[in-house]
Write a new protein. Structure first.
Length: 245
């Protein structure tokens, strides 16, 4: 407990560690379900993975899906995400603070879900609406977006980070079954959220960090909810596409 209090006071990777622990614990539960009963695993995916068609009846899948990872002998999904998270998250948690980092992570994951919703609306076919997806990738791409913003505000060289993000965005061209739309949604959400949270010099003179945090969370949630509702209940995307065609 002493070590934990020390890490908390000094902005150590406490939230990062909790997120990793939750993801690994969830993956172990998935492994048990996967190897014990195909019906149990199918039920778990149905109840916890992100499926656009189920967002109205099962709104909790916006959160649960970002802690799930593919089970089975191929451990790269969970391993790759957790290694990436451990390498990039601590610096952001130290820079932003524990609660601000947690907000950024969760909002980025929700933004990834919103990206899936937009894609499903654009395609507007039963398969896209019933396609399941899960994983921490959307939230992790949000952290990439936040790092790009933070490093650029500090006038650091971000060329290597840009290359890393581009390589990861290109992965779906070479590796099947990757929800690239969640990556894009998370990246944009993370960049936008961190831009508001860090603020410009003028904004920092007017609003303190707590005030900026509250405003950022409220605005980000409103935008994400608006996009989800727009995709869920209207055909505006198809109308725009038909006009362009």
């Amino acid at each position: 407990m002493h070590r934990l209090r020390y890490e908390w006071r000094h902005r150590g990777p406490v939230i990062t560690g909790i997120i990793i622990a939750l993801c690994v614990l969830m993956w172990l539960v998935e492994q048990i379900a996967y190897y014990s009963s195909s019906n149990a695993f199918a039920s778990m995916v149905y109840d916890m993975a992100f499926i656009p068609a189920l967002t109205k009846s099962q709104p909790w899948i916006f959160l649960t899906s970002m802690f799930m990872h593919a089970p089975g002998v191929d451990v790269w999904h969970i391993l790759g995400n957790m290694i990436t998270l451990w390498f990039i998250a601590p610096s952001l948690e130290k820079l932003l603070g524990h609660w601000q980092f947690l907000a950024l992570y969760l909002l980025s994951g929700l933004g990834g879900d919103a990206g899936n919703m937009v894609y499903a609306r654009v395609l507007d076919d039963p398969l896209s609406w019933s396609q399941s997806s899960y994983g921490a990738s959307g939230a992790i791409f949000g952290l990439f977006g936040a790092l790009l913003v933070a490093y650029s505000r500090m006038h650091l060289d971000i060329r290597s980070l840009i290359v890393l993000v581009v390589i990861n965005l290109a992965m779906p061209f070479f590796v099947p079954n990757i929800a690239w739309q969640a990556h894009v949604g998370g990246l944009l959400t993370g960049a936008g959220t961190s831009s508001m949270l860090i603020g410009t010099t003028a904004i920092r003179r007017v609003l303190n960090y707590t005030q900026r945090t509250i405003i950022t969370v409220l605005v980000a949630v409103a935008v994400i909810v608006g996009i989800v509702l727009l995709c869920r209940y209207t055909s505006v995307w198809n109308s725009v596409l038909s006009l362009r065609g």
